[in-house]
Design a protein around this ligand. Structure first.
Ligand SMILES: O=C(O)c1ccc(O)c(O)c1
Ligand SMILES: [Mg+2]
Length: 601
């Protein structure tokens, strides 16, 4: 299917928007009148530029407040339309969007609306233009798609059809049965289909539409369900994104256009219309790679956690540290983002690394060079939106490139200390890339998105959403802070799974490690909320262990101090607990702020 994007969805100048849309692979654009008015280019220049970029102009919009008005007013509207149709001729655009009137002059008279739209369509036809009539959710008299369609049907004019916009339809809380009417519209009378998602917010629908729309798959609407209804009519026009969003209005058009196109690819796959390679869901975490300019503090911390250095890279200053199945690479080489200790890469165990990379590439993920150096194993890797490198690994599987082969052993595996593996990785996202990151991890990696939760931090709200595979052996928690300057929102962490967090915490402390101190008030509150065995709470209090329960089981966890941007968590999940201790995050965040205030670090 052809894909299109409205220029209003992207930031910057009209030419910048067109370039970004073309580079992301869109077939066409909807030109917003305001973008054209503000552009120094003539309509002919814009037409030529689109042609050079391989973009069709699928829609010109919007024309407002046309129908169901007194005759004198309608005559003025026709005059206005004549000018716009001439402009469209110069632009080479053949479909105009007319949105339902919000004018106080408009009357509630479907017959009049049909008659005037029909006369508009007569004029349009003379200019070779088709009119697509759209119900705005806040239209004065016409606010539903079926009402707009009844008027179009009554007009019975070949140059008049309807435009369906998923936001206007789904923002009205449509039940599945309310969408069935879509299937009854003849496909050739649906002149255009605009797609947008939105987070489920209770607010004025106009404000919601103008500020909070997002790309399909990033909000709470069933956009794919609506598209299925539309496709069942035989509609064969473009899938076009029309997203009014304050964040996208400020963000770079290039990455936004890529995010937009990826969302459409995932949507097309959901409705069975995208030729994408199947997802290859990762089956485990092979390693987490930290970069640092000073390995000393990190080595000490890993040592206290029971990790030992077991191997080093043959060609680069990268050490492998292991404990159980948890593997941490410490890279002290000249990495791009080495200024502060941070998580730079994740190795994901993949059933078919090459196929995983093919899907990632089809979903517009930047593919990284397979060999960093001539002697390296050829590993498939892509960059996530936050820059984290994702390696698709086949650890110890004959016939496939193995990252482990690039390492030579330097010491034996450590004695087990009860740490089994990496439980999850928590990555903070730049605030304006959060939805993009969640969609990326779901679409590209085939992970499943869990509920989004908001967590209070002393200086703002953190949003958090985890993506996981089916058995929980890969869990990535994506978080973002409301306050972009707050240091806590920059932190990343590696959570290590243990079967006995008390023993692990004691061992860590005995080995010289320092756990994050937790205020006594927290334990007083725990005592009020839960019943504990004798001495249990005192043990938690002594060690700084936090406690949570969900419908499935119990979660106990504690934190190390932070080095650079990175800290570690020891976690014990019992009886199928699924969460990440979100209810404890405010206490953890406050404690981390407290430590920073004391140490100045
Ligand atoms: O917010 C608006 O006015 C507006 C304009 C044109 C559209 O296609 C639309 O969906 C909304
Ligand atoms: Mg619209």
């Amino acid at each position: 299917m052809r894909t299109s994007i409205a220029t209003v969805s992207l930031s910057g100048s009209l030419t910048g928007k067109l370039d970004a849309a073309a580079r992301a692979g869109f077939d066409g654009v909807e030109i917003f009148e305001n973008d054209l008015l503000a552009s120094p280019l003539t309509p002919e220049d814009i037409r030529d530029r689109c042609a050079d970029l391989g973009l069709t102009i699928d829609l010109f919009q919007p024309m407002r407040d046309i129908e169901a008005v007194p005759e004198a007013e309608f005559a003025r509207n026709l005059r206005r339309a004549r000018h716009k149709f001439e402009l469209m001729r110069r632009l080479g655009a053949d479909t105009v969007l007319v949105c339902s009137s919000v004018s106080p002059q408009a009357v509630d008279d479907d017959a009049l609306a049909a008659e005037q739209l029909s006369r508009l369509a007569d004029l349009a036809r003379e200019s070779g233009v088709k009119v697509a009539y759209e119900a705005l959710a806040w239209g004065r008299h016409v606010s539903t798609y079926d009402h707009a369609w009844r008027i179009v049907e009554a007009a019975g004019h070949p140059a008049l059809g309807t435009c369906l916009d998923s936001f206007h339809i789904l923002s009205r809380g449509s039940e599945p049965k309310d969408l069935e009417g879509i299937g009854a519209i003849p496909g050739e009378k649906i002149f255009f289909l605009q797609l947008a998602d939105a987070p489920l917010l209770a607010m004025d629908v106009l404000q919601w539409s103008r500020h909070y729309r997002c790309f399909p798959g990033q909000g709470g609407f069933d956009v794919a369900g609506l598209v299925r209804h539309v496709l069942s009519t035989g509609y064969d026009g473009p899938l076009s994104l029309e997203v009014f969003n304050d964040v996208f209005r400020q963000a770079d058009a290039g990455p936004t256009a890529v995010d937009a196109r990826r969302s459409l690819l995932v949507l097309q796959e959901t409705v069975g219309r995208a030729p994408l390679p199947d997802p290859v869901v990762p089956t485990g975490v092979a390693f987490a790679e930290l970069v640092t300019s000073d390995a000393e503090p990190l080595s000490a911390l890993l040592g206290s956690l029971g990790f030992t250095r077991t191997a080093r890279h043959r060609g680069k200053p990268v050490a492998l540290w292991e404990q159980g199945e948890a593997r941490i690479l410490v890279n002290t080489g000249p990495a791009v983002r080495r200024d502060v200790t941070q998580l730079a890469a994740i190795g994901l165990e993949s059933p078919d690394p090459a196929a995983a990379a093919r899907r990632a590439e089809a979903l517009l993920a930047p593919v990284l060079p397979r060999r960093r150096a001539p002697e390296d194993a050829p590993l498939d890797a892509v960059a996530a939106p936050d820059g984290t490198e994702l390696f698709f690994c086949a650890t110890g599987r004959p016939g496939l490139p193995d990252w482990r082969a690039d390492f030579e052993d330097t010491g034996p595996a450590p004695a087990p200390t009860g740490i089994r593996r990496i439980d999850h990785l928590a990555l903070t996202q730049p605030w304006h890339h959060f939805d993009e990151a969640a969609l990326f991890h779901r679409g590209v990696l085939g992970l499943h998105g869990q509920e989004s939760v908001d967590v209070a931090d002393p200086y703002g709200l953190l949003r958090s959403r985890a993506v996981t595979n089916a058995d929980g052996s890969v869990r990535i928690a994506l978080t973002v802070g409301a306050a972009p300057t707050d240091q806590s929102v920059q932190a990343q962490h590696i959570a290590l799974a243990t079967d006995d967090v008390i023993a692990a915490a004691r061992r860590f402390r005995e080995a010289g490690g320092r756990l994050l101190p937790v205020p006594a008030n927290y334990y007083d509150d725990l005592a009020a909320r839960f019943e504990f065995a004798d001495g249990e709470l005192e043990t938690y209090r002594d060690l700084g262990i936090l406690y949570d329960r969900d419908a499935h089981g119990v979660f106990r966890h504690c934190y190390t101090r932070t080095i650079g941007r990175v800290f570690f968590e020891l976690v014990q999940r019992d009886d199928g607990y699924r969460g990440y201790g979100a209810s404890n995050a405010p206490v953890r965040l406050a404690a981390q702020h407290g430590v920073r205030a004391l140490t100045g670090g």
